[in-house]
Design a protein around this ligand. Structure first.
Ligand code: NAD
Length: 469
């Protein structure tokens, strides 16, 4: 499917710009009906979603079901349950200095929104953020990644079956189309992607003072104490790292492990990798491929460079360029100057770094940008608290990995370099809404205490208030 032209993009933008004033008045019931229709259409298209993701990057149908379809259905069902109460004005509480004033928060739609998404979860990410925008009463342009063409077709079919273009529109395009979209004034931009492009989005948004949510990436470490069940931790890490062939924003990027468990950890990795993917993971039906040639080349180069510099492969290491296959690879003795230890890996290569004292691990984490996620594995609650208190990260999961994104009561968010703003559930609804402060004077205007002309009476009121502050 060819990309939309700049003229077509402008037409869609104008249609939505006009429609935002109509859709903002939609009731909770109307928005829930839209979300229900979206959910039904997604359920009808499940098979097509699985097939498209297999074509885009050899993702198994089971993995698509777990990481793409389930996550979206979960999010929409949660919105359906909660939306009516979320849309209601909330009391902000009574304050003694304003005895006569009711303070409340009113949730109004932001207006016309732009959602830009990457290729790594090309169904889940557009859909969950779109669901938040619909729930909040906005129009939305969904700019999909240019690197997942098969799933893009299915998303387009789903959206066009459920929504008129003036409300929700899908735009396929690359840098030129996205740059044009970013030049237009939106009321909110929700961007998921790399920190590098996040900066471009933030700069473009600043021209119109557009509000933004940035869901970015980074190097997410997993710290492993000596005091753990090694087999369970290794299985957990293998799943979290190699699901989607490591192309997951919150995948453990590298491990920081207590040196005392080195030998047992490495032998367990060897055994469990064999158990998970068989003797040749290229034949495993569960294992995905790298999305495109550029990403393959980047990862292959980094792995080769690490090997030349003395890194030691514990498991995996094989590659097949024609198949864009990189075996699930566990590696150690990677130099700190190596790209694998400096940039977000975003692929199936897992470096292990050993520490003697926990402060070495903390120092390494803090020498890098704040990560999107940080994992801690330990049976010792003091150890867990210590790591949390001495580091910063978008989210932390203790004795597990990746499940924080699915918990309906938690926000999904980075911090600074790994993101700005929050998404999903209540936090997604809030990001796509303007939380408007409403102060209502009930019996007389509160400001009448200070009206002109200022007199001795004003002075006395002022002094009395100051005494009680
Ligand atoms: P990317 O930043 O290259 O692309 C994301 C989107 O931006 C795409 O739609 C792309 O078309 C557009 N884009 C690319 N270059 C652009 C430019 N110069 N100007 C304007 N738009 C441009 O990211 P990617 O390679 O698709 O995805 C990988 C990154 O996304 C990783 O860093 C990963 O950690 C991050 N990510 C974050 C989350 C999260 O929720 N925090 C989720 C998934 C992926």
């Amino acid at each position: 499917m060819p990309y939309q032209t700049i003229q077509e993009i402008d037409q869609i933008y104008t249609l939505q710009w006009k429609y935002k004033n109509e859709i903002k008045h939609s009731s909770a019931q109307q928005r829930k009906t839209m979300l229900k229709n979206l959910l039904e259409k997604i359920i009808q298209e499940e098979k097509a979603i699985e097939e498209a993701l297999y074509l885009d990057f050899h993702k198994s149908s089971m993995e698509t079901d777990i990481t793409e379809i389930l996550a979206v259905q979960f999010e929409i069902r949660h919105l359906l349950k909660k939306l009516s109460s979320w849309m209601k004005d909330k009391s902000a509480g009574w304050f003694w200095m304003f005895p006569n004033v009711s303070a409340s928060l009113h949730y109004e739609p932001k207006g016309n929104t732009l959602i830009i998404t990457p290729w790594n979860y090309p169904f889940q990410l557009p859909m969950v953020h779109l669901a938040s925008s619909i729930a909040a009463g906005n129009t939305a342009i969904l700019k999909l990644s240019e690197f997942s063409p098969h799933i893009n077709q299915v998303i387009r079919r789903i959206i066009e079956a459920v929504f008129p273009q003036k409300h929700i529109a899908v735009i396929e395009g690359a840098v030129e189309e996205t740059t044009h979209l970013l030049s237009l004034p939106f009321d909110h931009i929700h961007f998921t992607g790399s920190p590098k492009v996040g900066k471009i989005v933030m700069a473009a948004a600043s021209k119109h003072l557009t509000d933004i949510t940035l869901e970015l990436g980074g190097k997410s470490p997993a710290v492993i104490d000596k005091n753990v069940s090694i087999r369970s931790v290794v299985k957990n890490i293998i799943w979290a790292k190699f699901v989607n062939a490591g192309q997951t924003c919150i995948a453990p990027d590298y491990l920081l492990v207590n040196k005392k468990i080195k030998a047992e950890l490495e032998s367990t990795f060897k055994e469990e990798m064999l158990e998970a993917f068989g003797p040749n993971p290229q034949h495993s039906p569960d294992y995905a491929r790298i999305i495109n040639d550029d990403q393959f080349k980047r990862l292959a180069q980094q792995l080769e460079e690490a090997k030349v510099l003395g890194a030691q492969i514990i498991a995996g290491g094989k590659m097949d360029e024609k198949d864009r296959y990189i075996a699930p690879t566990v590696i150690t003795q990677v130099a700190n100057t190596n790209k694998l230890m400096q940039e977000e890996i975003f692929g199936p290569i897992l470096p292990i770094v050993y520490y003697q004292q926990i402060d070495e691990a903390i120092q390494l984490i803090n020498s890098k940008e704040k990560p999107l996620a940080l994992y801690v594995f330990s049976k010792d609650p003091i150890f867990n608290k210590h790591i949390i208190r001495h580091t910063s990260a978008g989210s932390t999961c203790i004795n597990d990995a990746m499940i924080q994104i699915l918990h309906p009561n938690l926000p999904f968010a980075g911090v600074n370099h790994s993101g700005i703003g929050q998404s999903m559930g209540w936090y997604g609804f809030k990001s796509f809404s303007h939380e408007r402060a409403i102060a209502k004077s009930n019996f007389f205007p509160m400001s009448s205490l200070f009206w002109f002309p200022y007199t001795e009476k004003t002075n006395k009121i002022l002094k009395t208030i100051k005494r009680f502050l």
